[in-house]
Write a protein that binds this ligand. Structure first.
Ligand SMILES: [Zn+2]
Length: 144
C-alpha cells in the first residue's frame, strides 16, 4: 500500500506526502525525490518532473511495465505518472497535508462556538491556500 506515504527527500531536510492512485505503482517507482535544497543541477526530462523546485525522478521503464499489465495505454512519462496521480503529491503540493492539519487545529475552537462560521472559514481559508499555490506555479494547482 502506498496511501498517505511520506517520503523524505534526498538530503533528508524536507519531506512530501504522496498518493498513489489505485495503488497501481509501488512507491519505489519514485526512485528519487529532491527538495529545492537538494535538487539536481540538470533535469532529465525523460525520467524527471520539476514542480516549484521539487524534483521527482521515476523509474519510467518499470512504470511502463505496470501500465502495460493493467491495460493503461498512455506512455509512462513523468508528466503522465504525475498528472494522472499514479505517484504524485497528496493534495496539490508536498506540504498540503500539514497545511490542512494545521488549519483544522487552528479553527477547531470555532466548532463549539459557531459551526457555520467554522465551515465557512475552513472553506475560504482553503480556497485562499489553493490560490496561493496556483500563483506560485504548483503544477497540480494549475488544474484546479
Ligand atoms: Zn532535500
Amino acid at each position: 500500500m502506498c496511501m498517505n506515504l511520506r517520503r523524505f527527500c534526498s538530503c533528508g531536510r524536507n519531506s512530501a506526502y504522496l498518493s498513489c492512485r489505485d495503488n497501481l505503482l509501488p512507491a519505489e517507482i519514485l526512485v528519487n525525490l529532491f527538495c529545492p535544497e537538494c535538487q539536481p543541477g540538470s533535469i532529465e526530462t525523460d525520467t524527471m518532473l520539476q514542480d516549484c523546485g521539487w524534483v521527482l525522478e521515476y523509474d519510467v521503464d518499470r512504470a511502463q511495465a505496470y501500465f502495460t499489465v493493467r491495460g493503461i495505454r498512455s506512455r509512462a512519462t513523468p508528466g503522465f505518472i504525475f498528472d494522472a496521480g499514479y505517484l504524485s503529491w497528496q493534495g496539490l503540493a508536498p506540504g498540503d497535508q500539514e497545511v490542512n492539519t494545521r488549519l483544522h487545529q487552528r479553527l477547531a475552537p470555532l466548532v463549539e462556538q459557531d459551526l457555520a462560521l467554522y465551515l465557512k472559514s475552513l472553506r475560504s481559508e482553503w480556497v485562499a491556500h489553493v490560490a496561493r499555490l496556483k500563483d506560485a506555479g504548483w503544477r497540480k494547482a494549475q488544474a484546479t
